[in-house]
Design a protein around this ligand. Structure first.
Ligand SMILES: Cc1ncc(C[n+]2csc(CCOP(=O)(O)OP(=O)(O)O)c2C)c(N)n1
Length: 641
């Protein structure tokens, strides 16, 4: 059946009784492809029936479906003209793992970070009304993502404006792990119906307990139950925010979904449809362990087994080293508390959460709240470590400036996935953190050359009395030996790894070892190359940088971060402030574009941040200035002739 569906119009030519079979085919297609490409399996499987019902009931793409996060939109992609390319999902040059307006007229908003859908959909609704058009807008948001402040800001304005807007709340009781927070418990109570039932029993007992008149009052109340139900109806929270609440509805019963959507699609005010789904639906192993298959590497489609670890995967990842070091540090320092924003597994804090449940806080998908919460803990004398991916820390910029750095508080930001993250692409690359952190007063910003240095940096950070941030990349470290004893590094001190006189490479983080390899290659060709492991972006080791700049007169900086306002810019500022204006400089890093998705290795090669790329750039740079010294003479000779 899937072969006959080129787009959502084709889908609407089927009869409703065909749709469950179509859903089964779509699920199989998702399992087949994701087993090869890796990706967000469980979330996408959970919304197959919902996706089909939405495209069937609504006039898409005229009616806009706005996916939140977008990691669950694989069925949507398959049904909206991208089945042929679906096997290229998340691969370099292939289709994105998230909705993208440039990919399809059915994708109405680019996405990857959570909780944007209600705000974006409301904007589209208001634009529709201003333009006098008549399309419908449906935001589809998960129970994890709706817990964020941004989502509530959207609900708040939508309730106030009272425009025609549909919010579908996809409730699978899960974020990546089990959901946390008061809203999640509230939704749970709605689903079990306990809230209403409990109130009903309590009211009955109360009324019947009143002597003489109690029984007749109860009978009266029973008759008025419909209106009583109205008063204590499920969804009162959303009703109070100005939405009509419908639900909970079984998100795998396509008939019910269609009936509901057809009933509400012409309502002229904001409606919230509460749909209950099962994460991983239709795939036994994903249903059993939805957290594991939230974002998965390639796997065997029959058993779910992932490929056995390659050699590089047996090397400790930065995330693992971070998690283990947190355990060690917390043992001797009870001021250390850990914070995660719905990513305890991803950031390596799962063991910490288990061992120190009273000192671990999952704040939900709420990075900005997480940082200010950490600041509150810090003013009371604790040292919080907030482990948030670099890209999601973008959400917390004002909290970092206004709450953290202005008050100079002892909070550590552990920025996992800094640099190129690979297949998740432009929404997820952590390539802006140096730029948005290094100019904030009091911030100490560091980046380890390898996994061993990460553990020392974490020790250094938790002993520091002010704000610190450590940026480290996704994936395996370099397989270096791990020191048993944790050291406190001197703040602002770099490490001269290799001396040289022709050119100095000053590298930060994971770019240090490739730079060392380049130095070895060039020295075999007679070029004397110094290599500095900068360690700190802020404060910079000005003394060492100036010394090496004076010695070599040529400086190359290397970073896996945008060049603008990055580490190299900090070095340039240092040279300028110290009037070393004649020093020739080259900054290697990422250009002023959003970097596409693809394997980290491929992207590093494409952007000249692997050994070959750095080698060519440094070689050309060194040669250029040798030639330049000769060039004026040559042009003089020409003139004379
Ligand atoms: C701002 C932000 N923080 C964290 C993430 C990582 N992340 C991706 S999906 C997800 C869980 C979302 O849960 P929910 O909305 O309930 O969707 P489900 O996967 O359960 O369908 C998280 C934490 C993100 N994409 N954006």
């Amino acid at each position: 059946m899937l072969d006959s569906i080129r787009n959502s119009k084709d889908l609407r030519t089927l009869t409703p009784k065909d749709l469950p079979e179509l859903a089964a085919e779509v699920r199989q297609e998702i399992i087949n492809v994701v087993s090869k490409t890796g990706g967000h399996l469980a979330s996408s499987l959970g919304v197959v029936d919902l996706t089909i019902a939405l495209h069937y009931a609504f006039d898409t793409p005229k009616d806009r479906i706005v996916w939140d996060v977008g990691h669950q939109a694989y069925a949507h992609k398959i049904l909206t003209g991208r089945r042929a390319q679906f096997s290229t999902l998340r691969q370099y040059g292939g289709i994105s793992g998230f909705p993208k307006r440039s990919e399809s007229p059915c994708d109405h908003f680019d996405v990857g970070h959570a909780s944007t859908s209600i705000s974006a959909a409301l904007g589209m609704v208001v634009a529709r009304d201003i333009k006098g058009e008549d399309y419908r807008v449906i935001a589809v948001i998960g129970d994890g993502s709706i817990s964020a402040g941004l989502a509530f800001e959207g609900l708040n304005q939508a309730g106030d404006l009272q425009r025609k807007l549909i919010v579908v709340l996809n409730d699978n009781e899960m974020s990546i792990n089990h959901n946390v927070g008061a809203l999640s418990s509230y939704l749970g109570r709605l689903m079990s119906g306990q809230f209403y039932t409990k109130l009903r029993i309590e009211t009955k007992n109360f009324l019947q307990g009143i002597p003489r008149v109690g029984e007749s009052m109860f009978n009266f109340a029973k008759k008025a139950e419909e209106s009583l139900k109205g008063l204590i109806a499920p969804g009162i929270l959303f009703e109070e925010l100005g939405f009509q609440y419908i639900g909970p509805i079984d998100g795998h019963n396509i008939d019910h979904l269609l009936e509901t959507f057809n009933n509400i699609k012409n309502l002229e005010w904001p409606v919230l449809v509460h749909v209950v789904t099962k994460k991983g639906k239709g795939c036994e192993f994903a249903e059993c362990d939805p957290s594991r298959y939230h974002g998965t590497p390639p796997f065997d489609p029959l058993t779910g087994m992932t490929a056995s670890k390659t050699q590089s995967q047996t090397i400790f990842s930065y995330t693992e080293v971070f998690g283990e070091t947190m355990l060690r540090l917390a043992e001797n320092n009870n001021k250390i508390v850990a914070i995660s924003a719905a990513m305890s597994d991803g950031t390596g804090l799962d063991k910490f959460a288990e061992k120190y449940p009273d000192r671990f806080f999952d704040v939900g998908l709420a990075e900005s709240h997480g940082v200010t919460f950490a600041c509150g803990l810090a003013v009371e004398g604790l040292h919080p470590v907030a482990a948030i991916y670099s890209t999601f820390t973008q959400r917390a910029y004002d909290q970092i400036v206004h709450d953290l750095c202005l008050q100079n508080l002892p909070v550590t930001l552990a920025l996992d996935r800094a640099g190129l993250v690979g297949e998740d692409g432009p929404t997820h690359h952590g390539v802006f953190d140096i730029a948005f952190l290094r100019h904030v007063p009091h911030m100490v910003l560091m980046s380890p050359k390898d996994e061993n240095e990460l553990q020392h940096m974490l020790k250094t950070a938790v002993e520091h009395p002010g704000p610190t941030a450590i940026r480290y990349p996704r994936g395996a470290g370099f397989g270096v030996p791990m020191d048993q004893e944790l050291k406190i590094l001197e703040i602002g001190k770099a490490e001269l790894l290799r001396d040289g006189s022709d050119v100095a490479i000053i590298a930060i983080g994971n770019m240090v070892y490739p730079s060392l390899d380049v130095a070895k290659r060039l020295s075999a060709e007679g070029v004397s190359v110094a290599v500095v492991n900068a360690r700190f972006v802020k404060p910079l080791d000005e003394e060492l940088i100036l010394r090496i700049a004076k010695k070599t007169n040529r400086i190359v900086t290397v970073e896996e971060h945008v060049v603008q306002a990055g580490f190299g810019s900090a070095v340039l500022e240092c040279l300028d402030a110290n009037k070393l204006i004649g020093v020739k400089t080259l900054r290697l890093g990422l250009p002023d574009v959003f970097i596409e998705h693809g394997a980290q290795k491929v992207l590093r090669k494409n952007y000249g941040l692997d050994v070959d790329g750095i080698y060519v750039a440094v070689k050309e740079f060194t040669a250029k200035f040798r030639l330049k010294a000769v060039a004026p003479m040559a042009s003089l000779k020409k003139k004379d002739a």
